[in-house]
Ligand binder design. Structure first.
Ligand SMILES: [Cu+2]
Length: 69
């Protein structure tokens, strides 16, 4: 396992966190996510070497938020 961290901009409440969590969990290889709108962050636990940051960023952006590594 490895932990990846993204900065996520645009979240304002727990509903946003859920939307982002769901999008990240749908990425193949992702095991767990911890999203905080207060910290503008997403911590992703994934199978080591299986998940590309670009895929995670794409997933966040597909639901309307801005992500960067
Ligand atoms: Cu919200």
């Amino acid at each position: 396992m490895e932990t990846l961290t993204l900065k996520v901009e645009g979240m304002t409440c727990s509903h946003c966190e859920m939307t982002v969590s769901k999008a990240l969990r749908s990425v193949s290889g992702v095991k767990d996510v911890d999203v905080s709108h207060e910290k503008d962050s997403a911590e992703i636990t994934a199978k080591k070497g299986k998940v590309k940051l670009e895929k995670l960023i794409e997933a966040v952006e597909s639901v309307g938020y801005k992500a960067s590594s």
